[in-house]
Design a protein around this ligand. Sequence first.
Ligand SMILES: [Zn+2]
Length: 350
Amino acid sequence: MRGSIRLFKVFGISVNIHITFLLLLLLFLSAGPKWLFLVAAVFFFVTIHELCHSLVAQHFKVKVKEITLLPIGGVSSMSKMPEKPIQELLISIAGPLSNLIIILVFFFPMKFILGKETLFHKLSTDTWRLTFAYAYWINLVLAVFNLIPAFPMDGGRILRAILAKRMGYQRGTHVAVTFGHLFALAFAYFGIIKFNIILVAIAVFIYMAASGEEMQVDIRETLKKFRVRDILARDFMTIKSDATLAKALELVFHSHQEDFPVVDGGELVGLLTRQDLMKSVHQFGVTRPVSEAMRKNFPRIKETDLLLKVQALIQESGIRALPVMRDDKVVGVVTLEDIGRVYAIASQSA
Ligand SMILES: [Zn+2]
């Protein structure tokens, strides 16, 4: 995630901290060591929570790139959520479950060490003992908050997984999103009557995240229905590696194409995207050859690939256009805009 710093790596997952979390830390620096301890505790328990999601995900062969810790919780960046409801359920429940397990396992030790009085005291940082109790209960807050059955909380995913088993993934998502919207409205209502701006902000966040989830699933369902060959343009242009960037610019201006496979003697040797071209022109001018601006490492796609797979490849690689191959021959390019257009048209006619 942008604006975050890597702290350490565990189980092949890099654990990052977002800059806003550090700012929070600075803010609490002046509040004294007990508050600082609490922030560290939140940090620690959120990390455990996210690691548990990630470990179960890895068990189901879902790649986890990184965990980013934000003041409001953690975000695990996974390559894609499995669509098998039971797998999504187990991945989603692992986080809150880890916090509940901490509550259970440490209940008697905490009661023994701190005493009943302190453990069940109103949350406070008046003494160190009370602060330890506070840190302990943070786990309950994390578990309960994340189990709210609304996207983007874990509870929303759990609900979706349960519904998806009965009514299918897309309808399950739709119902879970409606739940998310209702929760958001309830939060907003209480936020407004209690003049609590944080509640209102959470409401807006939940509402938008729920809508975002629904759109993502709709896009995915649509892109599953099309293959690359369904949208491939009949005519497309390639460029030679010894052509100048001026020539490439000319092609851009005189055609509707902005990304070019670089082909020498019938063989694909590189890819020149709009970004590559613009960057090189800015840096070196237009007289350089294409070979100096093109990229050599990029995924290739097949005519028969689903657009869903192509979208995932574009997202993963961060390259906005990919060449389409039939055997060893380039037969076209598919860009992010092409995919967006398919979605726009398909969702209009639906
Ligand atoms: Zn979680």
